[in-house]
Write a protein that binds this ligand. Structure first.
Ligand SMILES: [Zn+2]
Length: 101
């Protein structure tokens, strides 16, 4: 999986198509991501005690990484990720402008 935490991604399909958000959590094993503001589910919660308030709790649920594309922070576009070597390590680069991701 190319996408990591703190990447900015854009959603390519589904009900949140076109939405941009920051990756809050990545699950490489499942190829899933939690993206800020994307795939938000509302849970209706009942108050369980007198101190607790009921209401609607909104939380992001994971989406498949193949449904999003990385947005390059430099050129601001949804881009494909390339790889290059730098100091013997593989780094991710933007295929459009060459910036490191
Ligand atoms: Zn770029």
């Amino acid at each position: 999986m190319e996408i990591r935490r703190d990447d900015t991604v854009i959603v390519l399909s589904g009900k949140d198509k076109g939405k941009k958000g920051k990756v809050l959590k990545a699950f490489p094993k499942e190829s899933k991501l939690i993206v800020s503001g994307v795939n938000v589910a509302s849970r209706h919660r009942k108050p369980r005690s007198q101190q607790e308030e009921g209401g609607i709790v909104k939380m992001e649920t994971p989406i498949y990484a193949c449904k999003v594309q990385i947005v390059c922070p430099k050129c601001g576009k949804a881009v494909r990720v390339g790889h290059t070597e730098k100091d013997g390590k593989s780094v991710r680069v933007c295929r459009k402008c060459g910036a490191e991701l």
